[in-house]
Design a protein around this ligand. Structure first.
Ligand code: OGA
Ligand code: NI
Length: 362
């Protein structure tokens, strides 16, 4: 194949991507139009595809932490369990977290209902840059990645300034606002446990505004006609402090542990919590932000998941390893940086594994 062919292919691909984005249909809209095989821009390279085996069943490998009594007698043992999970796997599930089952159910149902509206309703807010803090889009890194994933997303900024409430689609408005309240409460509790797990005072992470900038993404993973040729969400690490994830019972989320992919099997009533790059940095490499991905959905029913990324609200502050965690035995593993610098790098690259955190290594 000559050089001209390659550049022609590249421009065909760019055109296909543009056409898909301009259609504002998302993956669900494409599927509803009757498509039975994947457009080529969804097809991932052989290195990715050969590694897509569903993980071996490894029950119990992602720990489930019972939060009941964590404000009283059980607190020391909960701190220990949370700390251990954050150090070893970077992922854990929580139960008895205080969010009623009805709230979990109606949040998932509302996000599902948003994605299952007629295409025109969603197209009205299809955009990649949003002044109002609300957008519907397919693949946040569509124009940066080597291949696209089989999913659509509703993004709503929850803080430091809540999105324009009128812009939050009515089918899920109340539920999104309610979810924001729940995540604020639970996020505060989790940051307390995680601070203590590092030997710091319980208020430390929250004092540094670590819960203030919250972004919600309501993902919809439609059934995929050729799940062996693509992924739902490319392997990546979350950039922020922590992520609180509500998933339905379909499954497909996997976490990298050593050289193996481990399923995060849905546990009814549980929420999935993971450590982001900023917390790994602040903890001076004690806590781990790990790569994770979502397989393309092979089932007949759609998968819905709702992630809230918690980031520091103050973008001008310097961030780096806590001085309390730096010593001559454990020198600082990362340099200091501002969140502005950090996020600029995140949004100009594709979602590919750990390249962001490594950029800030000392
Ligand atoms: C994310 C993410 C997992 C999921 O949005 O960063 O990892 O199950 N989502 O959708
Ligand atoms: Ni993620």
């Amino acid at each position: 194949m000559g050089v001209t062919d390659t550049s022609e292919q590249a421009s065909d691909r760019a055109q296909e991507l543009r056409r898909f984005d301009e259609s504002k249909l998302g993956v669900k809209g494409l599927l509803d139009s009757g498509l039975t095989s994947l457009p080529s821009f969804f097809i991932h390279p052989p290195e990715t595809l050969s590694d897509l085996k569903p993980a071996r069943p490894t029950p119990g490998s992602i720990p489930t932490v019972d939060l009941s009594g964590c404000d009283s007698a059980r607190r020391p043992s909960v701190v220990k369990e949370v700390g251990r999970a954050a150090r070893e796997l970077g992922f854990f599930q929580v139960v008895n977290h205080g969010v009623p089952q009805e709230v979990l159910d109606r949040t998932v149902a509302a996000v599902k209902a948003f994605h299952e509206q007629p295409a025109e309703a969603k197209a009205r807010i299809y955009r990649r840059n949003s002044e109002t803090g609300v957008s519907f889009l397919s693949n946040v890194d569509l124009f940066l990645s080597k291949a696209a994933g089989w999913r659509d997303t509703l993004q709503v900024r929850l803080g430091p300034e809540l999105a324009d409430v009128e812009e939050i689609p009515e089918v899920c408005r109340n539920e999104v606002l309610e979810w924001n309240q729940q995540v604020q409460r639970l996020g505060g509790l989790l940051l307390g446990l995680l601070s203590e797990g590092l030997g710091l005072s319980p208020g430390k992470l929250q004092e540094l505004t670590c819960l203030d900038a919250r972004m919600m993404v309501g993902h919809y993973y439609p059934p995929c006609p050729q799940p062996n040729l693509t992924v739902g969400l490319t392997s990546h690490a979350d950039p922020g402090v922590i992520t609180v994830l509500l998933q339905d019972q379909v499954g497909g989320l996997q976490v990298k542990h050593g050289d193996e992919w481990v399923d995060v099997t849905p546990v009814p009533g549980a929420l999935v919590i993971n450590i982001g790059d900023i917390l790994q940095i602040m903890s001076n490499d004690e806590y781990k932000s790990v790569d994770h991905r979502v397989l393309a959905n092979p089932s007949q029913e759609p998968r819905v998941s709702i992630a809230v990324f918690c980031n520091p609200g103050n973008r001008e502050n310097q961030f780096g390893p806590f001085p309390e965690l730096v010593s001559s035995d454990k020198p600082a593993a990362f340099r200091q940086f501002t969140l502005n610098e950090y996020l600029r790098r995140f949004f100009t690259k594709e979602l590919d594994g750990k390249s962001l955190i490594n950029y800030f290594r000392a």
